[in-house]
Write a protein that binds this ligand. Structure first.
Ligand code: GUN
Length: 299
């Protein structure tokens, strides 16, 4: 029987609807959740994502502002913008779109953002909080979205073997950190595989939950997947396809057609994990606003 398709568009819509309800409740208390995105330079892909984030904020009843800076911006100038946003009480979330131009250190910028406004979950303080299971930390949006998808798709994660392909700071490592915590959508036994892992398939074939985040088009094939596994595909890869008007198509890290014949549940690309990322960004921003509205002692 072919796998059940986990619909990321529908789950993201559900998350966004919940965010809109929370944002409306905060507004009643006089706090409008606000996200400010900083875009340095004019990379078209980044400009597209930033536009989508601003639009999503407005649709959820939040303030969404974008600060556009020239590609020649210095690190000191960008850090000064971050300092100003850190000090602005109307700004609850700050996101500096990556990548930044080469004269700017991404790490210096990430470390300058106040951890309580770091809705990307990239700051080392938030990475640490996610690892220790501190509930007031912000998890990076993509792995947080994967965890919500598992819960919404009714996947029982407790005691399951989860194998994460990829050890990036933004997806693989925080994904593993989320899945090893105790609680809903977690309690997994986790293996992280990466480019130096020997006999990759021997690990992936043990997975009850397989999460592919390696950035290699259609690398996960049916023979690497245990029958009945839940397969989550985080990959977004562009491959040449002359039959398409654009000359390319987008595929994941998983060979969907064949793996969907073996798995019990699977996410498609596009329409799987991708839409969850912005939804979780909104969710993190509303949570940042909620935490900021609470008196210090009640946090
Ligand atoms: N560039 C691509 N994705 C992201 C993201 O999630 N956050 C930031 N800050 N930059 C990105």
């Amino acid at each position: 029987m072919p796998a059940e398709r986990i619909d990321g568009v529908a789950i993201a819509a559900k998350v966004r609807a919940r965010v809109a309800v929370d944002a409306a409740a905060l507004k009643q208390r006089g706090v409008t959740p606000g996200l400010t995105v900083v875009l340095v330079g004019d990379d078209p892909a980044s400009a597209f994502y930033v536009g989508a984030k601003e639009k999503a904020c407005k649709e959820a009843g939040m303030n969404g502002e974008t600060i556009r800076l020239p590609a020649t911006t210095t690190e000191a100038e960008l850090l000064a913008v971050v300092d100003r946003l850190n000090a602005d009480p109307a700004v609850h979330g700050i996101l500096v779109q990556m990548p930044v131009p080469k004269q700017i250190s991404a790490q210096a910028v990430i470390r300058r953002i106040a951890p309580e406004k770091d809705v990307d979950g990239f700051h080392p303080v938030n990475a640490g909080k996610v690892l220790i299971g501190d509930a007031d930390g912000f998890a990076p949006c993509t792995p947080a979205g994967v965890q919500v998808m598992l819960m919404e798709a009714g996947v029982d994660t407790s005691g399951k073997e989860a194998v994460v392909l990829g050890r990036s700071t933004i997806v693989g490592k925080p994904m593993a950190a989320l899945l090893i915590q105790s609680g809903k959508g977690a309690d997994c036994t986790v293996t992280i595989c990466h480019s130096r892992t020997k006999d990759l398939a021997s690990h992936t074939r043990r997975a009850d939950i397989l999460i592919a985040a390696i950035g290699k088009p259609e690398m996960v094939t049916a023979d690497m997947v245990k029958p009945g596994a839940v397969v989550i595909d985080v990959g977004i890869n562009r491959v040449d396809d002359p039959s398409q008007k654009k000359g390319y198509r987008i595929v994941g890290d998983v060979k969907y057609d064949e793996v969907s014949q073996v798995a019990s549940k699977i996410t498609p690309v596009p329409g799987g994990v991708g839409p969850m990322t912005i939804a979780m960004l909104l969710a993190n921003t509303v949570r940042a606003a909620t935490l900021s509205a609470k008196p210090e002692g009640a946090r």
